[in-house]
Design a protein. Sequence first.
Length: 128
Amino acid sequence: MKQLYDIIHIDDNNAFLDITEMLIDEIEEININYRRANDVEEIPLMIQEKFPDLLISDLMLSSWDDAIPGVQFIKDMKNKYNDLKIIALTSRADKFLKIELENYVEKYITKTNSDNYFKNELIKILKK
């Protein structure tokens, strides 16, 4: 029986959440319970309901003017939940942001990477 992993994904773009969910559904090696959120305010309750194996977070939500609040959100989550694995999944291919987050995320992935790259990284992170 395949292990079941729980993922919370926060992104303000529902179409992107739909695409990510389709990609995750294609993964056959493991079973994934995929939960989605559009706002950081939803995350504490979702974590309280069930601690996830992985949090995937966009850096640029519609309520933010730039990526700095997204970076701070990830840092806050990691500081509060030290065992939480986090992927930054963003359209920002910014070396500064990647360096800023290197001690807080398992992986910094841009949305322009291939579907297979994303799925392979996801599996590696969940299995470690």
